[in-house]
Design a protein around this ligand. Structure first.
Ligand code: FAD
Length: 294
């Protein structure tokens, strides 16, 4: 297996207990030396302050490279630009540039803010005008639900790359063949940046089905069967979830995937175990540095 890279996605915590949980996860995962960790931006900019605080704290108190998710929703270009300038001066040099979902939630028609960036490609271009940010973007192995076709969707990905994106992270998926076909498709279309699979271990299957429905992610029948009748059995669910995610990651690694992005939901346990299984370990010599990093 070639050298594997990992990254971890967190969301900005709301309560002191959630803060503690996030920080514990950061400390546990830091010694694995992720390429970066990222912090999401709540729908409609709802976590703006909390995202900035969380990103700022990781940048100040750890040595982890941190990426801030940023969306175009409900914001003037000037507002977004000032956020970008603040990030750059705080040492945050990596942005996950996203259009974001409509304020009414995914599925509602998206209307861009009249004075704002219309989509992630425009946002990426705007960020690059401000400073030479590293830019990651989202991509959709099962096509973005708003997109009229795969061709339009891949064209949008190409526009994001033309605007400066150097990495695309996928929407979560559970059928690896869907991801592998997508990679083949974008390569044929001339896309050569890394297409990093976004791995979302199943925690609450009922909630996940709803989210998958909205995002256009297929839940294979096999998974439906596996999680049947387990709504009130979190311990078994957790074991099955770990097994399913491990199978998915190991299979992707066998197919040559070398970077995994984990949607951690601020939990370290599954992401840590999956990294361990993939051979991504804290090195003893770097453990001190890693402890410094946390
Ligand atoms: P874009 O790539 O800009 O557009 C999505 C699709 O819409 C395109 O494929 C295209 O087909 C169509 N489209 C858009 N504009 C045009 C146009 N002008 N002309 C033609 N077609 C167009 N959401 C959050 O709110 N906060 C987050 O932190 C967050 N993190 C995410 C992280 C990842 C890795 C991913 C995959 C998604 C994340 N999302 C987040 C969700 C994301 O905001 C939604 O999926 C959103 O609906 C699309 O964002 P995008 O940047 O992919 O959009």
């Amino acid at each position: 297996m070639s050298q594997l890279h990992v990254s971890f996605e967190f969301f900005p915590p709301k309560t002191p207990a959630m803060h503690e949980k996030l920080w514990k996860s950061v400390e546990k995962l830091a010694p694995l030396r992720p390429d970066f960790v990222s912090v999401t931006y709540g729908a409609g900019g709802s976590t703006r302050v909390r995202t900035h605080e969380t990103v700022g704290r990781i940048a100040r108190e750890t040595k982890l490279p941190v990426a801030a998710h940023l969306t175009c929703v409900a914001a003037e270009k000037d507002e977004v630009d000032s956020v970008l300038k603040d990030y750059w001066s705080a040492g945050v040099k990596h942005i996950v540039a996203l259009r974001g979902d409509p304020p009414g939630g995914p599925g509602d028609p998206y209307t861009s803010h009249p004075g704002g960036y219309a989509n992630a490609a425009e946002l990426a271009a705007g960020a690059r005008k401000i400073a030479p940010f590293e830019i990651s973007v989202g991509c959709y192995p099962e096509k973005h639900p708003d997109s009229p076709s795969f061709t339009a969707d891949i064209d949008m990905l190409k526009r994001k790359i033309d605007a400066g994106a150097t990495r695309a992270i996928t929407q979560f998926f559970y059928d690896n063949s869907v991801y592998l076909r997508y990679v083949e498709r974008v390569r044929k279309a001339g896309v050569d940046i890394p297409i990093v699979p976004g791995i979302m271990p199943v925690t609450n299957f009922t909630g996940l089905r709803k989210m998958a429905d909205i995002c256009g992610t297929t839940i294979p029948g096999r998974l439906v069967k596996l999680f049947q009748n387990l709504d009130d059995d979190p311990a078994t669910r957790q074991l099955i979830s770990a097994t399913v995610a491990a199978e998915q990651c190991l299979d992707l690694a066998e197919h040559g995937v070398t970077h995994f992005h984990f949607y951690t939901l601020n939990r370290d346990d599954l992401a840590y175990a999956l990294c361990h299984m993939l051979g991504v370990r804290a090195k003893p010599r770097s453990a001190k540095g890693a402890a410094d990093a946390a």
